[in-house]
Design a protein around this ligand. Sequence first.
Ligand SMILES: [Fe+2]
Ligand SMILES: [Fe+2]
Length: 336
Amino acid sequence: MNAQLPTTEISGPPNLYPGFVHFALRALVPGTEAPCEIRLETIPPHQRDPRLVVALPRHAEIAPAWRQRLLQSGVTHLFAPLEELDLLLAYLSQQSQLVLAGPAAGADPTLGSLLAYEHALCCLKAALLDPRNGRRLGLGAATVRKLVGMIWDNDTTRQAMLKVLSRDQELASHGLNTCLLAVGFVRRLGWSRLTAERLGLAMFYHDLGLVDLDHPGPDDAIWDGIREGKSIEDHPRLGRDLLLRVEGLDPGVPELVYSHHENLDGSGYPRGLSGEAIDREARVARIVDIYETGTSGAGGRQYMNPYALLLVMRNEIGLWLDRPLLEQFVRFLGHI
Ligand SMILES: [Fe+2]
Ligand SMILES: [Fe+2]
């Protein structure tokens, strides 16, 4: 087996600053008002540690020159206080709709998709920060349904949406990227929209259990277990159990999360299922997860170029994966 392959996953810290969530500067539309207090990471003179300072108070205008200056100084991400996250989410959702629905000549599918991506990313970050909050997790279903709508009905927004994937190696981006790839692939396969919503939501949350492993409570011993690769095999079950608390969720979603590391030859975990015991949606989940982990470098893995990774997936771990589905996945990637 190839040692470079993403056979295990280690998640990074879910939040750099407790009490804040970071988001892309590019998601702030010039000429609009700051939806919440917006902070910037800086290292004050004579200090060693970076800290957050207020960059814009709530309702201040987002001036084009201010945004441009930050971009030119290399700022990519800003921070919003966690208690104001709902204001930021409402802003991102509203701006993405406005931009996408603008007058035909003025509509900007790239910016609209980027805003929708950032909105979904912030939803997922909020869930990852508090994975035991069932109400918060429940919001993911509406978010994924909106993404499925953008990918399902409209060729322009589908292409734009599948191109805005962020490659920042974070757990939230990994969840969202796998969600979008799975939804696009399901559409390409000609499967139903309901299947896309179920599998999309499962991918959105598939590594939720990794966060729970990060926050085991006062007993830090589990950290050592993760570092040694002992407890990582618990994350599909933990993720399933967290999702089972969410009211009104399609029961197929937690089941898929439970199955996302099963290999066709029985070498996966946690149950070591094989062959027909792994349904077609879980087979897609496995392919998309390996592909995204390898091509984004998620979890600190070494980045592989897509072509090299697909060759490894076909030749070196071919027995893990559904061969016809993998061939179709390769064709799907060629059309993105
Ligand atoms: Fe996983
Ligand atoms: Fe994953």
